[in-house]
Structures are given as structure tokens and as C-alpha cells.
Design a protein. Structure first.
Length: 158
């Protein structure tokens, strides 16, 4: 008897595949396997499963409690102090532009202060007096307007 491992399928054997027929191991020359006693050909070598599960079940993670913060405090709205327009005008009365700086607009306040000092230098020429008075008044008006605008932006009516 020949060794079943020596059998190599020939071109004739491949014809089975082209016709849609799938040959069994006996058709290819392998010896027939004997089944264990008590198992039929339909049942297979294993006992039937007690419960049938579908082939694909989606993975389900177990429920987890969300992480809790041990000392969680409620969020509170931040309170802001209003800017006083009167203090801004008074500060700009003594130093032009300081009211705008106090009200949070440092750039415009610094511009007013610099132009005020340049005007004082130009007092040598008569035109400087006009600038000194103009920048002094502009500093007070701008300080008041900036304080009111800051309060409105933060929901404070002044």
C-alpha cells in the first residue's frame, strides 16, 4: 500500500474543482477516517452544543460609574468691582491720561500723557498752549468714557 502523504494531485484531480465539484479525501486518494463509536456522520466527533450563540456579538464594556470629584464646589460667577467714572475724571484732572489707564485702556492713556508732555515742550512756541489745554480736557473726557464703557462691558450700569 502506498503512503497517503506521497499523493500529489494531478491535473485530472483539478478538473473536479473547475466543474464545481469539491472532491473528498477519498477521491484524492487519502484513506478513510473512522469515526468514534456513538457519533453519527451528521453529528461530528463532538457532542452538540448546549446553547447556540451567534457568530458575531459586538463587544460590550461593563458599565462604569463616572469619576466623581471628592471636593467639587459649585461654580460661582466672578464678581468684578465697577470702575468709577468720577475717579477717572479726577485722576485725569491731575495727570492727563491717568483716568484712561485706571479704566483699563493703558495705550490711549499713555498716548494722551505723551502728547500732553510734547505740548508742554512746544509752549516755547505759542502753539503748545493750545495742545496743553486740549490734551488735558481730552484726558478727562476719555477717562470718563473708558470707565463707563468698562462697566457696560461687564454688565454694570453706571
Amino acid at each position: 500500500m502506498s503512503d497517503p502523504n506521497d499523493h500529489v494531485p494531478s491535473s485530472d484531480d483539478l478538473g473536479y474543482f473547475r466543474d464545481g465539484f469539491i472532491p473528498s479525501s477519498e477521491d484524492l486518494g487519502y484513506p478513510r477516517r473512522h469515526r468514534a463509536e456513538g457519533h453519527s456522520a451528521q453529528q461530528g466527533p463532538y457532542p452538540p452544543a448546549q446553547h447556540q450563540q451567534p457568530y458575531h456579538q459586538p463587544y460590550q464594556q461593563p458599565y462604569q460609574q463616572p469619576y466623581q470629584q471628592p471636593y467639587q464646589q459649585p461654580y460661582q460667577q466672578m464678581m468684578v468691582a465697577p470702575k468709577s467714572p468720577g475717579v477717572a475724571v479726577l485722576a485725569s484732572f491731575f495727570i492727563p491720561g491717568l483716568g484712561s489707564m485706571i479704566s483699563g485702556r493703558g495705550g490711549i492713556g499713555a498716548l494722551i500723557l505723551c502728547l500732553y508732555f510734547v505740548s508742554w515742550m512746544l509752549t516755547i512756541v505759542v502753539i503748545g498752549f493750545v495742545g496743553v489745554i486740549g490734551f488735558w480736557v481730552w484726558g478727562m473726557i476719555q477717562g470718563y468714557a473708558d470707565a463707563v464703557a468698562w462697566n457696560r462691558a461687564h454688565g454694570i450700569i453706571s
